[in-house]
Design a protein around this ligand. Structure first.
Ligand code: HEM
Length: 188
């Protein structure tokens, strides 16, 4: 069960993510039937500490819930809406990132966090068919716009969050590298 006493919990490397982040230097490269589209964007990501969870009475995870709302600069409309959890298993020192997007695609990525000077760097990935860190998607997406791999790096210092993610797609008869990156500042 999720613990109600959230404040006393040690969120390990995830602690640096907690808060509200905004950034307007987003660069999206997305597939088009004949090539690609490039979308400058701005966004808000909110990470909320939600407590800890015990699995099979032997594993304890600490977890953050997040919501990411991304708007195109060209028309100020939301064009990406993502939610999920970041989880950390202290015993195995594993970071897990689950995400869902309303294209009927979800995944569970796994990896590690490490210190690089002042920064905490998270690196997680998932692959279609992987027995540990996998991707699930609707029959339509499997046929028409299949996500085959996902890799995500976040680097966080006290007030800055930089991320880069690559989503590999099989779409329009080819393999496409769908990429997104941004620099966000912590909001007071
Ligand atoms: C900031 C993050 C992201 C932004 C701004 C973004 C934006 C976009 C855009 C503009 C398209 C093209 C849509 C169209 O042509 O109608 C697209 C396609 C797609 N994206 Fe993303 N995306 C992001 C992250 C992701 C992630 C994390 C995944 C999955 C792990 C994902 C999966 C897909 C898929 C499967 C498509 C193909 C659908 C299509 O083009 O018709 N995207 N995305």
């Amino acid at each position: 069960m999720v613990n109600d006493i959230k404040i006393e919990i040690d969120y390990g490397p995830l602690a640096v993510l907690i808060g509200v982040w905004e950034g307007d230097r987003g660069e999206d490269v997305a597939p088009e039937p004949e090539g690609e589209e490039n979308n400058p964007y701005y966004e808000t990501i909110v990470f909320e500490a939600i407590g800890d969870v015990t699995n099979a009475e032997s594993q304890t995870l600490v977890a953050l819930h997040y919501r990411q709302i991304v708007k195109r600069k060209s028309d100020d409309k939301v064009f990406h809406d993502e939610t999920g959890y970041w989880m950390w298993d202290a015993e195995s020192d594993t970071v897990m990132h689950s995400l869902t997007i309303p294209r009927a695609v979800a995944l569970l990525a796994g990896g590690k966090a490490r210190k690089e000077g002042e920064a905490t760097v998270f690196e997680v990935s998932a692959k279609l068919g992987d027995s540990d860190w996998a991707i699930i998607q609707s029959p339509f997406m499997q046929n028409k716009a299949k996500t085959t791999a996902f890799a995500h790096t976040i680097s966080v210092t006290a007030n800055e969050l930089i991320y880069a993610e690559t989503t590999m797609l099989d779409i329009y008869g080819r393999s496409f590298e769908h990429t997104d990156k941004n620099v966000l500042k912590r909001q007071a």
